[in-house]
Design a protein around this ligand. Structure first.
Ligand code: URA
Length: 205
């Protein structure tokens, strides 16, 4: 039998997924994005964090959560005692949706049809990684994970639900913390994220 180097055998499917993801035309967002941004993390991570979509910096880097929201998420993970390199990080929508605002590219919330168009890619990651716990960061992630366009964050905060055999935890998106109008709501929203991450660590045991 032909010997296949283990490294190549393991690396290949990941690259195939990334390539076909970048060529995805299931919605229109690819047209204005630099590239599709796939998830990243250990092949068998027990916890998956799902954000909304890549932001300006993620779009340029091709990696999730490398911008300001990522820095805040990193801080929350540290506070929760969660090692970033043990977690699979991804987004519900893989292309950056934006509108020009002066010289900046301003994030736009994905439409339900775009969340739906991208759902198969998230599903592929969940099937491949098989996490025990999924943390939805914000309502776009929650809608995609629960396959329910009407899913709302508020009733699920602090109350994990079972969906398709996995625990799903709802927490605010880190950008929501960054946008909070005052220090007190900022602290409150941040605390919800840290609590959600701690809950994920308890549930994976
Ligand atoms: N916001 C997200 O939801 N995901 C990222 O990757 C970056 C910012």
């Amino acid at each position: 039998a032909t010997m296949i180097p283990i490294a190549a055998e393991r690396a290949q499917p990941v690259r195939e997924v990334a390539t076909s993801l970048d060529q995805c035309r299931r919605c229109e967002l690819w047209k204005s994005a630099t590239q599709a941004v796939p998830g990243i993390g250990p092949a068998q991570a027990r916890i998956m964090l799902v954000g909304e979509q890549p932001g300006d910096q993620e779009d340029l880097a091709g990696l999730p959560f490398v911008g300001p929201a990522g820095a805040l998420l990193e801080q929350a993970m540290q506070e929760a005692g969660m090692a970033r390199d043990s977690i699979y990080l991804t987004n519900a929508v893989k292309h950056f949706k934006w509108e020009p605002r002066g010289k900046r590219r301003l994030h736009k919330t994905p439409a339900q049809r775009e969340i739906l168009a991208c759902h198969g890619w998230l599903e592929e990651e969940i099937e491949r990684v098989q996490p025990q716990v999924i943390v939805a960061l914000g309502s776009t992630a929650l809608k995609s994970i629960l396959q329910d366009g009407a899913a709302s964050m508020t009733p699920l905060i602090g109350t994990p639900v079972q969906h398709a055999g996995r625990s799903v935890i709802a927490a605010y998106h880190p950008a929501y913390v960054l946008r909070a109008p005052d220090e007190s709501s900022r602290r409150q929203a941040y605390a919800v994220i840290v609590a959600g991450l701690r809950q994920a660590l308890r549930l994976e045991q």
